[in-house]
Ligand binder design. Structure first.
Ligand code: KIV
Ligand code: ZN
Length: 547
């Protein structure tokens, strides 16, 4: 069969396409909102990871969302780079916004969706089956008038009546869809059911062999990855997933788990691709050595921590990472390990730099770790490195990564922390004094007492900034082992319905706590100025939009 001319719509491939939706579905999880600079940094990392398609956002949501997709399309969507995709509900306004936002990419895709389950059609869309069929045809055709690469998703396919689903998919193909994505929107299906759903589609939808079958699924029952792997066996060739599995509610299928399952167990999966079991050809295009770094970056910018026992990227996933030195006990590492940590880019925490390391050594090591910094970013990061190296003798790759992320992923500093002083101890009342540079250029100082040093600092900051919020999560993790390790503080605070995260790293965890709090307040302040974003799945489709 002739290959398509449009990138990443080739059918019958002997590998699966990895469609990353961290920046769209991942960002829809409460508190995971990223700003444009952070989204660009994640998109660049996804390009290094070599994902096939990046779903960069929902451009109609707000001017900020539109700008992020457009910049990613321009800067990351190079001819050899990933396809850049924008999400659109089945309305003309959404489709036009998505088309415009992805236009600068060498390979752009519009992904439009419409619910097909009875419960969604009745209560959310308030539309009949006939309406939904007609809208599918009209809106896919409308999207096709902008670009050839069109993905269509029947939302809540997992709970849709199969015969109606087949009709909708028929209609989408006839109107020009090149990828049909089958979402288990509420994470309801079991692996066998998901496999059967894909088989049913292959058997009952006309011209299904002209399109790529994709799967999308949420992890409400913890089955998303298992479901996808069954779907692959049934013929799905595009997997929609997120780094660390972040996403709505219990999240999406985790990219790193899917990729490593298909890599480590390729002898099992090869025959489903028509390959001999012993074939060594990779089943995805992913550069697995970038997995760990991608996980750390996404966790840092979203404030969504990775649980220690998380498969592939959790701190305990590899025994030596959790500090258990088994070498003396076990003669063969493979007794308890099915994959090498180096495969996902874990380098056993090498100690590479110290107090006397110069700028060149610093720049070179960052380059080796895959960080591309501007001169200005490099200067900032180097100053911070020197500061940390004064306090901590040995600087590992993990420390470097924490320093670079902390210094280069700064968000707009409406409030700037200028001074923190704390006194506490067994017989003292914890007391903090803080000075902040305010948005109007004034320096304001205030002090407070608290139950502990962090509480005192947060109360003092609150007295200065006067922004009502509730701290709903506070966590400290050490970047490396050792008494002089840097601490990373991640917090989440809530104002009304919305959650904001903050993150900072420092050898002094009290100082890191203060910076993390100010970081979250800055996000809150930026969001309050930018206005609300529309949620693609929960907001009503506007009337009078041409459908
Ligand atoms: O979960 C879902 O159904 C989605 C669609 C927009 C594809 O995210
Ligand atoms: Zn989803």
């Amino acid at each position: 069969m002739a290959k398509d001319t449009v990138k990443n719509t080739a059918r019958d491939t002997d590998r699966v396409l990895i469609f990353d939706t961290t920046l769209r579905d991942g960002e829809q999880s409460p508190g995971a909102t990223m700003n444009v600079a952070e989204k660009l940094a994640v998109a660049k990392q996804l390009a290094r990871l070599n994902v096939d398609i990046i779903e960069a956002g929902f451009p109609f949501a707000s001017p900020g969302d539109f700008e992020a997709v457009q910049r990613i399309a321009a800067e990351v969507g190079t001819p050899n780079g990933p396809t850049i995709c924008g999400l659109a509900r089945a309305t003309k306004g959404d489709i036009e916004a998505a088309a415009k936002a992805v236009a600068p990419a060498a390979n752009g895709r519009i992904h439009t969706f419409l619910a097909t389950s009875d419960i969604h059609m009745k209560y959310k869309l308030k539309k009949s089956r006939a309406d939904v069929l007609a809208m599918t045809g009209e809106m896919v055709a409308y999207a096709k008038s902008f670009t050839d690469d069109i993905e269509f998703s029947p939302e809540d396919a997992g709970r849709s009546e199969p015969d109606f689903l087949y009709q909708v998919l028929d209609r989408a193909i006839a109107a020009g869809a090149t990828t049909l994505n089958i979402p288990d929107t509420v994470g309801y299906l079991t692996p066998t059911e998901f496999g059967d759903l894909i088989r049913g589609i292959k058997a009952n939808v006309s011209n299904i062999d002209r399109v790529v079958i994709s799967v999308h699924g949420h992890n409400d029952l913890g089955l998303a990855v298992a479901n996808f792997l069954e779907a692959v066996k049934a013929g799905a060739r595009q997997l929609e997933c997120t780094i660390n599995g972040i996403g709505e509610r219990a999240g999406n299928a985790a990219l790193e788990e899917l990729v490593m399952a298909l890599h480590v167990r390729r002898q099992y999966y090869n025959p489903f691709f028509g390959l001999p079991a012993e074939s060594e050809a990779p089943l995805t295009n992913i550069n697995t050595k970038e997995l760990y770094k991608s996980s750390r970056l996404v966790s840092n910018v979203t404030g969504m921590l990775v649980q220690p026992n998380k498969a592939i990227v959790g701190a305990n996933a590899f025994a030596h990472e959790s500090g258990i030195h088994q070498d003396g006990v076990l003669k063969n590492r493979l007794t308890y390990e099915i994959m090498d940590a180096q495969l996902i880019g874990l380098n056993n925490n090498l100690i590479v730099l110290g107090k006397h390391s110069g700028r060149n050594a610093f720049r070179t090591r960052l380059g080796e770790l895959g960080f591309e910094l501007s001169d200005q970013e490099l200067n900032k990061a180097f100053l911070r490195f020197k500061d940390v190296a004064d306090k901590k003798k040995e600087i590992s790759d993990r420390d470097l990564e924490a320093i670079v992320n902390d210094e280069t992923l700064q968000i707009a500093e409406h409030f700037k922390l200028e001074l923190i002083q704390v006194s506490c101890g067994s017989n003292a009342t914890p007391t903090a004094t803080v000075t902040l540079l305010m948005p109007d250029g004034q320096d304001l100082t205030d002090a407070a007492i608290g139950t502990g040093p962090v509480d005192a600092i947060y109360r003092a900051i609150n007295r200065v900034v006067q922004i009502e919020n509730d701290l709903i999560e506070y966590s400290v993790q050490s970047v490396t082992a050792g008494i002089d390790a840097m601490g990373e503080v991640t917090i989440r605070l809530q104002q009304g319905e919305r959650i904001y995260s903050g993150h900072a790293a420092n050898t002094d965890i009290v100082v890191a706590s203060a910076y993390a709090y100010v970081n979250a307040l800055n996000r809150l302040y930026t969001a309050s100025q930018a206005g609300e974003s529309i949620h693609p799945q929960k907001e009503k489709i506007p009337v009078g939009t041409g459908v």
